[in-house]
Design a binder for this molecule. Structure first.
Ligand code: ZN
Length: 311
């Protein structure tokens, strides 16, 4: 814009020669007019070339910036994504453990699949950076990016993932508040017993391509630990620039995003380890049959088992 203003200023501000041009002898007047026209053209060209060069140089950066950030206020605290407040009526059927289960599975206390369709809420204020049904082991997924102030005063960002949803209730780039409906609980169309798979990521580049990142606490938080340590945070009316497009499209590596698309898509699906070996020791025994139902689905070949698959 400033470049355009410069063009107009330089092109239309009266030339000092024009103002001073004498209206005397016809010949000198016509000479003077010709030289003025030449000078005027030269000035126009110089300005246009300068602005063209500036645009060539600046536009990709400016476009990327304006297209890939959104203004978001700091989250004023976090809550659980079910049974607000405080996950009332729900329990954690499986916990987070590094190199195993990178999130938590939340279940209703009603037993069976009675929790099908119950509301899933955003953990805190943020912006929706992903809302798609990507099938495979994931199904309907929502990613929300949160910006917040840690107790030590530092500004931080995390992504929260809500997976296997029955329905998605938020769109890409929606601004959401803590406790706002973003989806309903599902089981990825019968692949799993109905539950919410919840992740909280420190690394904002993961998106839906987990297999390309270390499966440990360098990239992930234990969701419950993260929430409990940040129930109430200081906030204000101030808005911050939050990147909303800094991870690879689903099934692609970040390094692929500038290529022509000729690549092998690496598809990442949730890991479901059978047996008790991977289960966290500190999970309280629940009277729900989540595990036995999950194992039955795995034996039946419905649920995705093992580690992340690639295809
Ligand atoms: Zn899970």
């Amino acid at each position: 814009m400033s470049c355009l203003r410069t063009v107009f200023k330089l092109a239309f501000v009266p030339n000092s020669a024009t103002i001073a041009a004498p209206s005397g002898m016809p010949t000198s007047a016509s000479n003077s007019t010709a030289s003025l026209v030449r000078r005027h053209h030269a000035r126009w060209l110089a300005v246009l070339y300068a602005c063209g060069a500036a645009l060539l140089f600046l536009t990709p950066q400016a476009a990327a910036q304006s297209g890939s950030t959104m203004r978001v206020r700091l989250a004023d605290g976090f809550d659980f994504p079910v049974g607000k407040p405080d996950a009332d009526g729900f329990y954690k059927a499986r916990g987070y453990w590094p190199n195993g289960h990178l999130g938590e599975d939340w279940n209703g206390r009603g037993g069976g699949d009675s929790d099908l369709g119950v509301p899933i809420y955003a953990l805190g204020r943020g912006v929706v950076i992903f809302s798609q049904n990507i099938g495979v082991g994931w199904g309907n997924c929502i990613l929300v990016r949160h910006i917040f102030r840690e107790a030590d005063g530092k500004i931080a960002m995390v992504d929260s993932l809500y997976a296997h949803l029955h329905e998605r209730k938020a769109k890409l780039h929606d601004l959401v508040e803590k406790g706002q409906l973003v989806g309903t609980m599902g089981g990825n169309n019968g692949m799993y017993p109905v539950h919410l798979h919840l992740e909280v990521r420190k690394n904002l580049h993961i998106g839906m391509n987990r297999s390309q990142f270390a499966r440990d606490s360098s990239n992930y938080y234990s969701p419950t630990a993260f929430i409990n340590a940040r129930r109430v945070l200081s906030s204000s009316m101030q808005k911050y620039d939050v990147p909303v497009n800094n991870f690879a499209p689903y099934g692609r590596a970040l390094a692929d995003t500038n290529s022509d698309g000729a690549h092998t898509a690496s598809v990442d699906v949730p890991s479901f380890k059978s047996g008790g070996s991977g289960a966290p020791k500190d999970e309280p025994k629940q009277d729900d049959d989540f595990w036995s139902r999950l194992k039955a689905k795995m034996r039946g070949g419905q649920a995705t088992s093992g580690t992340d698959e690639k295809r």
